[in-house]
Design a protein around this ligand. Sequence first.
Ligand SMILES: NC(=O)c1ccc[n+]([C@@H]2O[C@H](COP(=O)([O-])OP(=O)(O)OC[C@H]3O[C@@H](n4cnc5c(N)ncnc54)[C@H](OP(=O)(O)O)[C@@H]3O)[C@@H](O)[C@H]2O)c1
Length: 325
Amino acid sequence: MKGKLLNTGAVIPAIGLGTFGSDNYDNETIAAAVHTAVEMGYRHIDCASVYGNEREIGRALAEVIAEGTATRGELWITSKVWNDCHDDVEGSCRRTLDDLGLDYLDLYLVHWPFPNHHAKGVTVDSRDPHAVPYIHENYMHTWRAIERLADEGLVRNIGTSNMTRPKMELLLRDCRVRPATNEMELHPHFQQPALFDWLVAEGIQPIGFSPLGSPGRPERDRTPEDTSPMEDPVIEEIARRRGVHPAAVCLKWGVQRGGVVIPFSVKPGKMLSNLNAVEGDPLTAAEMEAIGGIDRGCRLVKGQVFTWPGATWEDLWDEDGTIRQ
Ligand SMILES: NC(=O)c1ccc[n+]([C@@H]2O[C@H](COP(=O)([O-])OP(=O)(O)OC[C@H]3O[C@@H](n4cnc5c(N)ncnc54)[C@H](OP(=O)(O)O)[C@@H]3O)[C@@H](O)[C@H]2O)c1
């Protein structure tokens, strides 16, 4: 399986299985998908404590290891500290390790750069009454705790998620251990080329979430302006020519441009075709260029529920290059 070399010397598998069921699938179904995925050849699983299914996934991992399908060393397991645990990173990590039945994680991420959180299944209007903007001092407090987990060997690589360039510049200025990765929304309709290229130049590996445009995302993450990369005529035409599903084109493009992709599915046929998509013939230069031309700047996971009083979701993303307060 293809992998990407991180700034720590570790190699992360270029495709992983997402495990956020978007409120559509129960924990046992997702755990069963993890079991099937490892049997199929997936070696990378993208978890998070907020997905609420790490205990069930832990049982699936124990099974595949006991059955001899994969060793612990062959698996790459990511998890993330949720926004309500920025002041208890070690406690949260230890709970995740306990739930997953592991003694280390391959990668541990700060899920969002804000302590603002929401309950499972809330609507788009829900707000955390204690929500605050980005406070760098607080983020560094969280990051230092993550660095200590790496020192202790509880996590082998550390990274960020949903960061912007201005926030990342502050982190790079003040950190002792640089992030190995940034997990961020990436698909043909939301390519984030400037941030992507800058991260790569800084030696930080982008991991693309919602690589298919997240067609099953929760209602709170839908707006009428949203577009669907799998229904883009350019993607459909390349897929038709190659005799594959548009999903395969999105994933192949995501890995070929230098990213890691973590598509979600619990359906074996889709899981297998996604896994196979990143192997085999690469896209041609003309196909890569054509896909490069269909970026719509269409952010799907806008984060409305994380905004603070008076802010809009655009304020989370620092698009004018300054951190909004
Ligand atoms: N760090 C973060 O803040 C963050 C945010 C969002 C997501 N993530 C991670 O990224 C993962 C993936 O993102 P996502 O779940 O939002 O979106 P996604 O992977 O782009 O889309 C998943 C959806 O695509 C469908 N699908 C999968 N393979 C397909 C195929 N071959 N053909 C047709 N449809 C296919 C699935 O359908 P079925 O339901 O029918 O299987 C599912 O509804 C998450 O599970 C999570 O692990 C991280």
